[in-house]
Design a protein around this ligand. Sequence first.
Ligand code: PEP
Ligand code: MN
Length: 457
Amino acid sequence: MTRALLAAAHHVPTTDAPTADHWRGRPVAQAPDWPDSRLLDRVVGELSTASTLVSPQECDDLTDRLAQVAQGAGFLLQGGDCAETFGGTSSLAVRRKLETLLQIAVVLTYAGSLPVVKIGRMAGQFAKPRSVPTETRDGVTLPAYRGDAVNGIEFTAQARRPDPRRLHEMYQASAATLAIIRAFLTGGYADLRQVHAWNQDFVARSPVGRRYERLADDIDRALRFVQACNMDLAGTRSVDLYTSHEGLLLDYEEALTRTDPRTGRRYAGSGHLLWLGERTRQLDGAHLAYLTTIANPIAVKLGPATTADEVGAYIDLLDPQRRPGRLTFIARMGAQAVRDRLPALVEAAVSVGGVVTWISDPMHGNTITAPSGHKTRRFDDIVDEVTGFFEVHAALGTHPGGLHIELTGDDVAECVGGGEPIAFDDLHAGYESACDPRLNRSQSIELAFRTAELLHA
Ligand code: PEP
Ligand code: MN
């Protein structure tokens, strides 16, 4: 990382972290098999004196915004790559993702008349849990790819060997991405008067792009009207976007955790919000214990096997004070299960007095294998899960608080279906994801319009 980036980052002095003992010694699911513990210790030691990437104040601001969502007065949009890559941190790639998030957010804000809190799966989403620890190709078995933070994606023994120095690269790639995000957001690019500019060429020509253009025209007219009335436009000039990733690599997270001198509370410094994945949400596990030691807003993914008792236990352990904004549940049930499984979980949260944010991840429960062997998802299943999520909340009188999606700003072919349909046969040429299939720009905006219709209903 350059000096300028370091200087721009927030420096919070390192203090002893007494509560780190709370998670050490507990079972760590999905831990990489680091071959060289001395090298790991050295890298972690270096990171523990580095500047944090986000500040406690920003994390508290996000908690306040999420508190509004938890209480029904906002909507959360969380999105980005399944796995960021060290090669994907160019300004153009980051800008395209930001534009996609901003476009979705505008559609949802306009339709729902609710503030949309924006969180990228960005600037830290470099590590992946795996269902199967190895991968076999043509009779050769190697360790699975666990994200650029751990090993390389190339199918060679050397690349697949975990390398602790990659944690340092993860820090640098996160800092670089965050610097790009901050520059775009503060440099006027997120000004609502740029709504047209975010609609990139290939999307602008598509039917959904034209639908977006019409909405952008409406927004332009509304802005001109407000301006002509001499009303305050301050809130339209910039935007806040927060960062998040799965809190998977605890050595890395602990190294960037600092005690805030203002309050004496510990904060993860690697991103604003950390979540527990479906594979690391064990109640007695190290990942959950680590989250109990930090004051950031946090989230837990809930798959279809989650029980009502588990939901109550998450609230007791992670949000004992029942603070709105502290805890978000990300339901990733699958289109088949959401209507059956989700109600009991929402009721369990209500019954223990939790004021949590519920959002829908319609991606991870709907993964299928294409005839070509690619992991893919059907656009219709994704829409169906979001629809089911809204139905469940409507029936219970609770708030459908947001969406968690895997997307890219690029013209990829990874999920099938959508208004400009992508077929199984298109996956060969258009598949770029390092891990799970993402919605491309058109599919993302289309999902925004479909969700907007549900917000209206
Ligand atoms: C993910 O979000 O990429 C992921 C692995 O999700 P889950 O933990 O829900 O399977
Ligand atoms: Mn994923």
